[in-house]
Design a protein around this ligand. Structure first.
Ligand code: GYE
Length: 314
């Protein structure tokens, strides 16, 4: 009886996903999180370029790092009756209610790059699908590289992304899981730098003072790694040599720092969402069924591959 009720519930939930009419053009919202780094700028440009190429109207908002503003931005898109909404949720819980509000208003939502807590919102029921990277795998790849290439450097400082964001949660889970299996490595301290260069620099400065024995910095994104490099240099330490620097994103500035030897390893997180995002929108209108997650493929940059990869980095 209970099992049957659950199954019925699932079917009902799925049928609640709003339909999207097949049209020659759409007015689509894109609720961006912030614009304080090259990754965000590349993502926005990719979305704008593809909308323009298709002749669609993009209703763009920038939450400027405020989750409350992003909630208001999505509500305003609902009020404007856009055809569909692309949302990069800054945090994984507070955006769940507006995803449900959009669904109730008959507007399909596609999550881009950051996810919502699956306990609060379900793919195929509350929103169409999530398009983005596998953040757990990104963290694992950094951990695996370190375990193979540490050459005795085992005392780690971790700079976490925005608290409550899915990439910060998952990049930590992936990396910490690999480190937990290798008893010679130790995470001395882990603190949020909010995915920002300056906050990353400040966090690195504090943690380096508290833990002078640190010889690895793992930053959840390039911006914080670049901030950490400033902190290391200010402390008279050679980034990439005295202290290994590892990050995720793969923007041009960071890849250049790999070429220069100040960053040792970067796992790419691809920000060029435009083509995949709009292809999914059109496919959804045409009746294609999507899995809960559409995962982007990411490359990586080592001292060996950074030189040839630099030209293609965003
Ligand atoms: O790594 C970071 C950005 O959500 C995957 O957010 C994205 C992350 C990216 O601000 O630089």
């Amino acid at each position: 009886m209970i099992a049957l009720a659950l199954v019925t519930g699932t079917v009902l939930a799925q049928s609640m996903l709003p339909k999207l009419a097949v049209k020659s053009t759409y007015r689509v919202g894109f609720a961006q999180t912030e614009s304080n780094n090259p990754w965000r700028l590349a993502q926005t440009k990719s979305m704008q370029d593809e909308a323009k190429r298709l002749g669609y109207q993009l209703v763009y908002t920038d939450a400027a790092g405020s989750t409350a503003k992003q909630v208001a931005d999505v509500r305003s898109m609902i009020a404007q009756k856009v055809d569909a909404i692309f949302l990069s949720p800054r945090e994984d819980k507070p955006l769940a209610p507006v995803v449900a509000e959009a669904r109730k208003a008959g507007i399909p939502v596609i999550l881009l790059d950051r996810n919502i807590d699956p306990a609060l919102s379900k793919a195929g029921a509350d929103y169409v699908t999530f398009i983005g990277s596998d953040f757990i795998k990104e963290g694992q790849r950094v951990g695996d590289w370190l375990v193979k290439n540490a050459k005795g450097k085992t005392n780690i400082i971790e700079l976490e992304g925005t608290t409550g964001s899915s990439p910060a949660n998952d990049r930590k889970t992936g990396f910490d899981g690999v480190i937990a299996k290798n008893s010679s490595f130790k995470i001395l301290a882990s603190q949020s730098g909010d995915f920002s260069r300056d906050k990353g620099r400040q966090a690195a400065e504090t943690l380096l003072q508290a833990h002078p024995e640190a010889n690895v910095i793992y930053a959840h994104n390039d911006e914080m790694a670049i901030g950490a490099i400033s902190a290391l240099e200010a402390a008279g330490k050679k980034p990439g040599v005295d202290v290994l620097v590892l990050s995720i994103d793969g923007g041009k500035e960071a890849v250049k720092l790999v070429v220069d030897g100040k960053i040792n390893y970067v796992v790419e997180c691809n920000p060029r969402f435009g083509p995949e995002a709009f292809k999914t929108l059109k496919g959804y209108a045409a009746g294609t069924k999507y899995p809960a997650k559409v995962i982007n493929t990411d490359r990586d940059y080592t001292a060996q591959s950074a030189k040839t990869g630099l030209a293609g980095a965003y």
